[in-house]
Design a protein around this ligand. Structure first.
Ligand SMILES: [Zn+2]
Length: 492
């Protein structure tokens, strides 16, 4: 039986502000859209946290036997410097500064993004569409919005009429903002805009002669606004209405708010049933920002080549650290926190690896079925990974007690414990078994010890023992080499 049939998943829906029972539109299938990166610079660690939260959500939905179509886009045009509609296109600006083609910028940082995510053991999404690959779809939706009277054209640009939309709909339904407050808080940019009202946003922008990223449209040569690409790509691949839309909390307004408005204006349908927003990542209690220097990029964190942390941290330790807090809480990245996670992670790996040699008993002293259910309950409660990890450590405690002879499990219960630990640790949390790497340090230590004992044997002229150590090491694939500086070894 599919696991989703025996698990009642609840998701905190940002739209309602409540945890809701998850009911997908098509039984057994889930459509999920997550706003991907704007590829004009190396991926920010805060974005990695967002994508990692959705990686775990994707993994858990798959673990529940849903057929998931996960769409995560690449923004390669249309995202202007200031998230409203002003300033230069982020990618075009980078291309101008570095004197390369915009598509070279896109290629460089898309490759970087994929490398970082691969290093951190992300599952690839089902579809990764680009904005520039979906200009026809974007233009079609803009035409529909104009036809329905919710957008207007001025000097080759098209703007969404927020005031008109708000007469019959609610602009602010997701971000809980009121249009009148937005009006009071908007600074009027006098004479700089063709907009009827400053709250209106661009669906299409006219491109002047020096603009390097531009395409033909019914309104002249130009480029799409930022919000319209996600409306075009999400509905193309997931339908007019789909299950989950996610992104960082900073995208709630104006980006996601505008996506809802565009869909309703074009098709009269609210597109998304469950909105999921992930919270921010801070470092040492402060916002990460280039301007203050309080920033670290994912590669620096992995390599240890930085002045913020005491050492390098492995991909699984970083994943484990992030999973130790709920995706809805602010997470504070600190060296002490990472060190503690590292300790916890290796403890977990050691217990899992020792499961291979643990033997079963005649009876069980621990209720494995109840424990297993608690693990599922944690994830069913809005993907509560910190609670899941607490239960996994209850499992670690039992494993260690069995090894000490203080607890026992029947063969059936032991099997359940093994499969449950493995499923959650590797399939759902996406951790990798890095204990092997940790063990290699121990093997090195053991060989060094044998080299020392062999040296002592030779000093005592105990040639038989010295040869035995050397020969038996060769048999298990470890070669000793005697040199002037002492004995070294290599492992085949
Ligand atoms: Zn988006």
């Amino acid at each position: 039986m599919e696991r989703y049939k025996e698990n009642q998943l609840k998701i905190y829906n940002s739209l309602s502000g409540q945890k809701e029972i998850f009911n997908p539109i098509n039984n057994g299938h889930v459509g999920m859209y997550v706003c991907g990166p704007t590829v004009y610079s190396n991926v920010h660690l805060g974005n990695v946290r967002t994508f990692m939260s959705f990686d775990v959500i994707f993994r858990y939905l798959k673990h529940l036997d849903y057929k998931v179509r996960y769409v995560r886009n690449i923004t390669d045009a249309g995202h202007l410097e200031n998230d409203a509609d002003e300033g230069e296109d982020k990618i075009a600006k980078k291309a101008r500064l570095e004197q390369i083609e915009p598509m070279e910028v896109v290629q460089r940082y898309t490759v970087d993004f994929h490398n970082v995510l691969n290093n951190l053991n992300f599952l690839p999404p089902s579809i990764e569409p680009t904005a520039t690959g979906h200009l026809i779809e974007q233009i079609e939706i803009i035409k529909m919005i104009i036809e329905n009277g919710f957008a207007y054209e001025v000097n080759g640009s098209v703007y969404f009429d927020v005031h008109k939309y708000n007469e019959t709909n609610e602009y602010g339904i997701l971000s809980k903002r009121k249009l009148e407050d937005l009006i009071n808080n908007t600074r009027e940019l006098q004479g700089q805009s063709d907009k009827k009202n400053p709250q209106d946003f661009a669906l299409w922008k006219n491109a002047d002669a020096k603009h390097i990223m531009k395409w033909p449209s019914p309104w002249g040569v130009g480029f799409p606004g930022w919000h319209i690409e996600c409306t075009a790509m999400s509905t193309k691949y997931l339908g007019e209405q789909f299950d989950i839309h996610g992104g960082g909390i900073d995208l709630k307004f104006p980006h996601h708010e505008s996506e809802i408005a565009q869909n309703i204006a074009a098709r009269g349908i609210a597109p998304v049933n469950y909105w999921i927003h992930t919270n921010m990542l801070e470092m040492n209690g402060q916002r990460m920002a280039k301007s203050t220097g309080n920033i670290i990029n994912p590669n620096e964190l992995l390599s240890g080549d930085n002045d913020k942390m005491s050492k390098a941290y492995s991909p699984s330790v970083i994943r484990f650290f992030m999973a130790q807090s709920s995706y809805r809480s602010v997470l504070d990245l600190t060296d002490a926190g990472l060190l503690a996670s590292e300790k916890g992670f290796y403890k977990l790996m050691e217990a899992i690896n020792s499961l291979k040699s643990v033997s079963f008993g005649n009876s069980s002293t621990f209720d494995v079925k109840e424990w297993k259910q608690k693990c599922y309950n944690a994830m069913n409660d809005d993907f509560n990974t910190p609670i899941l990890i607490a239960h996994l450590f209850e499992g670690v405690k039992v494993i260690n007690q069995i090894k000490e002879g203080k607890a026992s499990l029947t063969s059936e219960d032991l099997e359940t414990l093994k499969t449950t630990m493995n499923s959650f640790v590797f399939d759902v949390l996406g951790l990798m078994n890095e204990a092997a790497q940790n063990n290699s340090e121990k093997i090195n230590g053991v060989v060094e010890l044998l080299i020392k004992l062999r040296k002592e044997a030779r000093e005592n002229k105990d040639w038989a023992l010295s040869d035995q150590i050397r020969d038996e090491l060769v048999e298990i694939g470890i070669q000793l080499k005697d040199g002037k500086e002492g004995t070294t070894f290599s492992i085949n």
